[in-house]
Design a protein around this ligand. Structure first.
Ligand SMILES: Cc1cc2nc3c(=O)[nH]c(=O)nc-3n(C[C@H](O)[C@H](O)[C@H](O)COP(=O)(O)O)c2cc1C
Length: 209
């Protein structure tokens, strides 16, 4: 990099005494960046916050650098339209999430200018996670929503491209905890006493021998 940012960061890191080395900020962000299905509706997400979240797309890798994804911020009255056409918490149908009064009030609808393909999906995943990490950095939270009525959202928002994924963004109002599990155990998220638990396969079982 022109300003040697990475070298400087590595030098700073190496110069710290081992006991003082802090956990990397990225790990903190990744841990905090959970999929939230309940939000504080008294908090209003601003347009500039959505713009700043969308802006991370200008920093993301892209297959053949084609940058085929486009982003539609959704706020205010339009949020009601999107809300009608998304489905949250498919693994907990009895809860009918989101709970009344905790609905997301801001969204980013991610579209593609070309037909969906493997590489479009890879770009989509990279951008979506990067955007959610940025939201987390801003003190917000969100969720990827793949279960939505594509045609209805396309029409209601007047989109000229097909929507691939919806991100909800807001100030989270849920307690979520990760729990470690082994390969073969249930991966279904569950709730106990208002805590949402998400099983994650432990690293030893992720590494192929
Ligand atoms: C591509 C993608 C699509 C998803 N679609 C939905 C969805 O339609 N509704 C929903 O409630 N959660 C959806 N999720 C959230 C997952 O359920 C969530 O990532 C998973 O339960 C793990 O929780 P975590 O993100 O907190 O680790 C989606 C996640 C991804 C990555």
């Amino acid at each position: 990099m022109a300003d040697n940012y990475l070298e400087k960061r590595m030098e700073d890191y190496r110069n710290q005494p081992p006991t003082k080395r802090r956990v990397a900020t990225l790990l903190k962000l990744l841990r905090a960046n959970r999929s939230y299905r309940g939000y504080d509706t008294s908090f209003t997400v601003r347009e500039d916050q959505l713009r700043s979240i969308i802006e991370v797309a200008t920093l993301c890798p892209s297959a053949r650098n084609q940058q085929v994804l486009r982003f539609r911020p959704v706020l205010d009255a339009e949020a009601d339209v999107v809300l009608k056409h998304i489905r949250l918490g498919g693994a907990l149908p009895e809860l009918h999430l989101p709970f009344a009064g905790t609905e997301p009030r801001a969204f980013v609808v991610i579209c593609s200018t070309v037909p969906d393909s493997h590489y479009v999906s890879v770009d989509l995943g990279i951008v979506a996670q990067s955007m959610l990490l940025r939201a987390t950095e801003l003190g917000l939270g969100g969720i990827c929503i793949g279960a939505f009525d594509h045609a209805e959202i396309k029409e209601a928002l007047g989109l000229k491209y097909d929507p691939l994924l919806v991100l909800a963004i807001g100030r989270p109002k849920e307690r979520i905890e990760l729990c470690s599990c082994s390969e073969g155990e249930s991966l279904t998220y569950y709730r106990r006493e208002d805590i949402h638990y998400v099983p994650k396969i432990k690293v030893d079982d992720l590494i192929l021998k």
